[in-house]
Design a protein around this ligand. Structure first.
Ligand code: ATP
Ligand code: MG
Length: 574
């Protein structure tokens, strides 16, 4: 491709709207443009990368037995009502009406659609297992679209669905997809970790997330260097050591604590550390107050809380001052577990049940209570673990101190069980001619988000450093002096011969200064670079790689071998 004719609107300045490297570089390199918040176009260079990532995913999905299809983005309300997700998905779902007022959504995912489609057409165990997948545009009206491709409202996803005869076979399908994902992310050269996932709105019991490590990731991953434990911060099991200095339960004691509403204030008054307190956090779940009692020196994991009560994130809010006063009789800051309004739902982290003589809010302005003990003084539903992991916590598997690093969720795998087949009554006949519900799994990869993750891991101050197998073009030829006939001629010759060889090559034939051309080639991150300058008379060019920048002068004739060497490293053929 001749760059003089290419639609590649690069930018010198970092766009103000872009906060993280991948977003800045995608915009600066002219790979994308924003239409409105969270909605992007893929421009020619960017779209080539998207397609290469898709192709790698496609090859591996096919290798592991998948069959590709393409479903519509427009889905009727009825199939979503059958599984309860028309409401459960909440405000994230884009909803539309046709001219007859029939309701549809723009698909955020396709479990309902596909399950409904195969129902009645896949009728026998003999047709199973089945792995179907698509690479398609998804729509989600995200609360906070941000970071470009990372959290968009329209994005490209690879979504796969498996159908099996029983639980054991579903688990085999899950393992098979896990292996496919390992191969995909390894080929994409991503440094990643697999963590226990949160099943959230998907339902089902078991899920894992594939996290590409990056300081700008939206998730925090806790992992162990000594064993294989890894989980997101919201999900990671918290090991909390309880120290009970006084074993016997002491008498309750009301203490005047004027104006002390935070644990820090109270530590000063009681001359003790945060672990002697039990704090009460009040949430509003679907407008009903729920109180969580946890150790005073820890934070609550909202995901663990939501999973326990079985509600979605959009159903949860921090309680209003009014709600707090209504259940505790006092203003915010003095809420505690003793004497709450009858019928108030109280969840107690299991550690609290073993901690003795706790300091708690008095449910009265400017008062706290000393020596509160679970069972004797207050009750509640005991939840094994409501705590958010923090720096310095120990591995729940081996006791080693956990490492914490941020990650981007590029893919996830879910064992769905029978949730969707039940909702849509999707059945097959087993070996005994008995009608059975399908056992399902679903498996997503954020294709456009993966492109952002690759950039996060492969860039420097100057621009993107694409791995060869996803680069928009493999090679770029830069002519130093466009007015020099010899240089132009040689560049044209190399351009033609590389094309013939099957190398995807850019020829920078623009009427620009050499400095501008160099900056642009760094910015757009083309892996293999050929610079045609003074040596042209002797058929000599400069060859360099974007990844290390080291330049060597070589003869035109040796280019083919040098390029082949790089292709071999990626097991790519030319
Ligand atoms: P997240 O927790 O990041 O919102 P999710 O759990 O909602 O992700 P899934 O519904 O499982 O994600 O979608 C599968 C994959 O699609 C995700 O692993 C992610 O890579 C990608 N993805 C999800 N939401 C977005 C988005 N708003 N923009 C870009 N990619 C997304
Ligand atoms: Mg989401």
């Amino acid at each position: 491709m001749r760059m003089s004719k290419m639609y590649m609107p690069t930018l010198r300045e970092v766009p103000a709207e872009a906060e993280i490297p991948s977003h800045q570089l995608l915009l600066r390199s002219g790979m994308t443009r924003r239409l409105v918040s969270g909605i992007y176009s893929y421009l020619p260079l960017g779209y080539r990368v998207i397609k290469k990532v898709e192709d790698i995913i496609r090859e591996e999905m096919d290798n592991y037995g998948g069959q590709e299809l393409l479903m519509s983005a427009v889905q009727p309300k009825e199939i979503w009502e059958a599984t309860g997700r028309w409401d459960d998905f909440g405000p994230e779902m884009f909803k539309v009406k046709d001219r007859h007022s029939r309701e549809f959504c723009l698909g955020p995912t396709h479990e309902e659609y596909l399950t409904d489609m195969i129902n009645g057409e896949i009728t026998s165990y003999k047709q199973l297992p089945l792995i179907l997948y698509q690479i398609q545009t998804k729509y989600r009206d995200e609360l906070r679209p941000r970071f470009g491709f990372m959290r968009a409202r329209e994005f490209i996803m690879k979504d796969a669905y498996t159908f099996d005869t029983n639980e054991e076979n579903m688990k085999k399908a899950y393992e098979n997809q896990w292996n496919a994902y390992d191969d995909i992310f390894t080929r994409l050269k991503l440094r990643y970790k697999v963590v226990q996932g949160d099943s959230g709105a998907m339902g089902g019991d078991n899920s894992h997330e594939f996290m590409a490590m990056s300081e700008y990731g939206e998730s925090l991953v806790a992992y162990c260097k000594s064993c294989d434990y890894a989980a997101t911060d919201e999900k990671a099991a918290v090991v909390y050591d309880i120290v009970n200095e006084i074993e016997e339960e002491l008498e309750l004691e009301k203490v005047h604590t004027p104006g002390a509403t935070t644990i820090e204030d109270l530590q000063g008054i009681f001359k003790t550390d945060g672990s002697k307190f039990a704090k009460a956090l009040v949430y509003s779940v679907n407008e009903e107050p729920v109180v969580c009692i946890i150790p005073g020196d820890r934070q609550l994991s909202e995901i663990k809380f939501l999973n326990y009560i079985g509600e979605a994130e959009h159903d949860l809010e921090v309680a209003s001052d009014f709600q707090i006063e209504e259940i505790s009789g006092a203003e915010k800051g003095f809420t505690g577990p003793i004497g709450l309004k009858e019928g108030t739902r109280v969840l107690v982290d299991s550690r609290i049940t073993e901690m003795k003589n706790l300091i708690v809010g008095g449910n009265e302005k400017d008062y706290h209570i000393k020596n509160a003990n679970f069972g004797r003084d207050f009750q509640g539903e005991i939840v094994e673990d409501l705590l958010l992991i923090e720096e310095g916590d120990k591995c729940p598997q081996c006791g080693e101190v956990l490492e914490m690093e941020r990650g981007i969720e590029v893919g996830n795998i879910f064992q769905l069980g029978k949730k969707y087949s039940e909702g849509l009554d999707a059945r097959f006949l087993d070996e005994n001619g008995k009608s059975q519900l399908f056992w399902m799994g679903s498996y997503g990869i954020g294709v456009s988000r993966t492109v952002a993750a690759i950039i996060e891991q492969y860039h420097d101050e100057q621009g993107i450093i694409w791995p060869l197998n996803v680069a928009p073009y493999h090679a770029i030829i830069t002519v130093i002096n466009g007015k020099n006939e010899e240089q132009v001629q040689l560049a044209e010759e190399i351009y033609e011969s590389l094309k013939k060889l099957g190398v995807e090559v850019l020829l920078d034939d623009r009427d620009e200064r050499a400095g501008v051309k160099f900056n642009d080639r760094d910015l757009i991150g083309i892996p293999l670079r050929i610079t045609v300058g003074r040596g042209a008379a002797d058929r000599e060019v400069e060859y360099s790689l974007r990844k290390d920048g080291e330049r060597i002068d070589v003869s035109v004739e040796s280019l083919e071998d040098l390029i082949k060497k790089e292709f071999d490293q990626f097991e790519m053929r030319i």
